[in-house]
Design a protein around this ligand. Sequence first.
Ligand code: ASP
Length: 326
Amino acid sequence: MQVSGEMKRKKIVVLGTGGTIAGTAAQAGDNLGYTAAQVGIEQLVAELPALADGGCELFSEQVAQVDSKDMDFGIWRALAQRVAHWLAQEEVQGIVITHGTDTLEETAFFLQALLDPAKPVVLTCAMRPATALAPDGPQNMLDAVAVASHAGARGVVAVCAGVVHSAFDVQKVHTYRLDAFSSGDAGPLGYVEEGGLRLLRNWPSGQEGQAQAAIKIVASGAGDRSWPRVEIVMNYAGADGRAVRALVADGVQGLVVAGTGNGTLHQALEAALLAAQAGGVRVVRATRCLDGRVLPKAGDVLADSQGLSPVKARVALLLALLASAH
Ligand code: ASP
């Protein structure tokens, strides 16, 4: 949909994937009993005239329409292809992606690790449905377009409640609050204030383990079933390793363990993970702590997650296995 256009205006592409930002409820006062992913991206953009008045040309495209709890590899592949397509167009200044909050951090990291874009790719969302008395989606979309239009912006970021987060650090930390995301120890990348960006640190760039082969595989349309199987297990009192053995017997190719504290593991769980690793399963040790990172030390027998949360370490391992399998 062409919302407005002029020769010299910046072009921002808005890709819709669903989420609460596109959700509807029977009652305007109901912020819980709604159905996510109901309103099309064209309508969301059209209902926000301020977007078209903001000095950029907007183009919208529906890539998916899901509650992001149901995010899958097929949608990730389609999204990566559309993002890569639009980024390659010279006239496109940046991309905004509307997304559910539940798995936003995974999609953000997936796109950063895969594409490391030299232009901005801005994910945004809402904690209240579009039909709410006071929806948060419209302001989040305005803020996201402001960030995508910002001169010098690059990399994958998330914008929610006026806060800009890097794809590397963003995590959903609250089940209900409008300001549901945190960048943990790293702190926010910046703030959007009345359409202006107050930048606090550098834009995200690069990703260790980012592989050209993985980009080609995702871009070439390898089916969902050809993606490696990587699961997450956790350390806790009484963790005995049986879940690990069951996963190995079931053909898992990679395991991320959300360890306690600095990646510590119950000795029974560690024994099961070492046996899995000896049998050819890739094992990565992250932490279940919200802040901080696993700090490696001499004698570690399992690789650490390089500061990535368990869900992001899983994405990194997926891409690494994809690349090594082809
Ligand atoms: N379940 C929703 C989703 O992730 C929650 C949200 O968007 O806030 O799509």
